[in-house]
Design a binder for this molecule. Structure first.
Ligand code: ASP
Length: 326
């Protein structure tokens, strides 16, 4: 894996030399000529594992919706991932509070915010979409809804997450937002029908204020899908993504002709232009369009994303970024 990552990084550095301005509406990008169907794309290295589960669903001719739920569910249940589901870093009060959203090919969506004690918030979000007339449930109401629908109330802490919180508390740190304490999984999939769905799930920023909700459950911020056009998902500092409604913006930019790569880049540039201090508050996006082209971009070059296609298998990519390494 290390060697593969190195190769991908080397390639991406070469590709970066030929990077094109975001303002060029018809800019060319390497993925532009590929017609990938089915396809799974997800954020960060843990996306590789998640992609495998999603891909299995697609290989059985399953729906993209089932694929993304299954895929990010793997990350939610992995206690070694400290930013999603079980084992997430707690908030300032030592509580693990989770946000998640899901969106299907019909433009339906569901989300949960500030949900505690449930291992798989993405499946609760799907149930909100499918079993209620609402889009979002939050806090105690979301928990009660989950329990009433067969989910179990559980302790999501691990020894490691508890220990990290205790160390943070003892050191009297006050800053919950920095360059390194985020790693949401956002995933987009295209199934054999060419239909697109997306999912996004997170423990949010480590040591955040109790009650803080990020971009991940906000439709249009952390996730957006329009099956006619494509989909986008975000990770990074949710406050910046919410202020610029990044995922919706990316889909609208693709509607106007930008490639997924250029749309992600433009959304990052918008954030850097509009949000004070955004250069210190990293955000990263992934996107796919209806043609099966994909792209990603970040405020810096720390971002990796995982892509599964028939032709290339499951590969980790280093994304381009506006400000270089941070
Ligand atoms: N976007 C998430 C949030 O602000 C953080 C992350 O990407 O891990 O809650």
């Amino acid at each position: 894996m290390k060697r593969k990552t190195f190769l991908i990084r080397s390639f991406s550095t070469l590709a970066g030399i030929f990077a094109v301005p975001a303002t060029n509406l018809l800019a060319h990008h390497p993925s532009r000529d590929q017609k990938n169907k089915p396809l799974v794309i997800s954020t960060w290295q843990h996306g590789l594992e998640a992609n495998i589960a999603a891909w299995e669903v697609l290989m059985q001719n399953g729906r993209a919706l089932d694929a993304v739920e299954k895929g990010v569910g793997v990350t939610e249940l992995d206690p070694s991932v400290t930013s999603v589901g079980v084992g997430s870093y707690p908030d300032r009060d030592g509580k693990i509070t989770l946000d998640a959203s899901i969106m299907n090919e019909q433009g339906n969506c569901g989300s949960v915010a500030f949900l505690q004690h449930i291992k798989t918030p993405i499946s609760v979000a799907r149930m909100v979409m499918e079993k209620t007339p609402h889009v979002m449930l939050a806090g105690e109401g979301a928990l009660q809804f989950a329990l009433a629908n067969g989910f179990k109330k559980e302790d999501l802490h691990t020894d490691y997450s508890r220990q990290q919180w205790e160390e943070w508390k003892a050191s009297n740190k006050t800053v919950p937002i920095d360059l390194h304490n985020h790693d949401t999984i956002s995933m987009l999939a295209i199934d054999n029908n060419g239909d697109i769905s997306g999912a996004c799930t997170t423990g949010g920023l480590a040591f955040k204020h109790h009650g803080r909700v990020g971009d991940s459950p906000i439709i249009g911020a952390g996730l957006y899908v329009d099956n006619e056009i494509g989909g986008a998902g975000g990770t990074g500092v949710g406050e910046v993504i919410m202020k610029t409604l990044g995922s919706h913006l990316i889909v609208e930019l693709m509607r106007n002709g930008l490639s997924p790569y250029d749309a992600c880049k433009e959304a990052v540039m918008r954030a850097l232009k509009k949000v004070p201090d955004a250069e210190n508050l990293p955000v990263y996006y992934i996107a796919v369009n209806k043609q099966g082209e994909f792209g990603a971009y970040g405020t810096n070059t720390n971002f990796e994303y995982a892509v599964y296609t028939d032709s290339k298998g499951n590969t980790l990519h280093k994304a381009d970024g506006a400000l270089g390494p941070q």
